[in-house]
Design a protein around this ligand. Structure first.
Ligand code: HEC
Length: 258
């Protein structure tokens, strides 16, 4: 089995939320803390890499109608919250743009059937050192070949590189990575996934890196292998956008030599 892995500490902190029905707090804030805070932060601050947007000034960016559409439809990995009642959606929007009225808020609170969840967490925060690298010893990302019959790791290599660390003479650290590998019948393991936006090929038996290619944006997806017109191809979706890297919208395909 060929598998990539992250060695990446995260800090998730539990915090109490006040969502009892009978207090005077904003209904929008209560619904926000139950449904939205895990991604957008307890203070609407978003996360530092920009994966989850800061919502503190969202009303300057979107109309109420546009925010409602986002709540109903979701977007990329924001899920849809269609199931909320109309007055609950309006309460969140009013909370976000600071126009929530006390009176409306009290009635929404009475009306809501929100689950009583006493805690939320402060979001998915990476534990980083002061330069912004994972605050643990490398490797931070690996690719391994595991012999499942024997239960042993046959080889393991760092996956991904920070060129600026390599330039400082630091052995390849690997990077955080998302998206899996594929292996061809010819014995080559292909994987993108790394934060440095490369697609790489490794020898299936030794783990030696055979080739790499800089993609137009991060290939945070598992490549696919296919055949067309008697030729073998490999294709990967280059959506980018994670871990603070640029977004993209291309699929890149390569033909393999016979
Ligand atoms: C699972 C994580 C997650 C949850 C839960 C979530 N969101 Fe989001 N939200 C996102 C992501 C990711 C984006 C960015 C989408 C994009 O543009 O790619 C986003 C974008 C938004 C935006 C647009 C912000 C901008 O500047 O582009 C608004 C407004 C928003 N969310 C409101 C909400 C509200 C209100 C809730 C709760 C009802 C909520 N979100 C719950 C992940 C989440």
């Amino acid at each position: 089995m060929f598998v990539n892995a992250n060695v990446m500490p995260w800090i998730l902190k539990m915090v109490e939320i006040n969502n009892s029905k009978n207090n005077n707090e904003s209904a929008g804030a209560m619904i926000y803390s139950v449904h939205c805070a895990v991604c957008h932060g307890t203070e609407r601050e978003g996360d530092p890499t920009g994966t989850y947007p800061d919502l503190r000034k969202v009303s300057a960016k979107f109309s109420n109608k546009e925010i409602l559409a986002l709540i109903n439809n979701g977007k990329r990995f924001m899920p849809s919250f269609k199931q909320l009642k109309q007055d609950e959606k309006e309460a969140i929007i009013a909370f976000l743009n600071g126009s929530e009225s006390r009176q409306v808020s009290a009635s929404v609170r009475q009306d809501t059937n929100l689950p009583v969840v006493p805690y939320t967490h402060t979001g998915y925060n990476r534990f980083l050192d002061k330069e912004g690298y994972p605050a643990v010893k490398p490797p931070w990302g690996t690719l391994s070949a595991i012999d499942l019959n024997k239960g042993i790791i046959l080889w393991q290599v760092p996956l991904g590189e920070y060129p600026e660390l390599t330039a400082r003479g630091i052995p390849q650290t690997g990077t955080e990575n998302y998206g899996g590998p594929v292996v061809t019948a010819g014995g080559i393991v292909f994987i993108g996934a790394s934060k440095d936006e490369y697609l790489r090929a490794f020898d299936k038996d030794t783990g030696k890196e055979l080739w790499k290619y800089k993609l137009p944006a991060g290939g945070y997806a598992t490549p696919s292998v296919y055949e067309a017109g008697g030729k073998q191809y490999i294709v990967i979706a280059c959506g980018g956008g994670k871990m603070g890297t640029k977004s993209g919208d291309s699929y890149v395909a390569f033909a393999l030599k016979k």
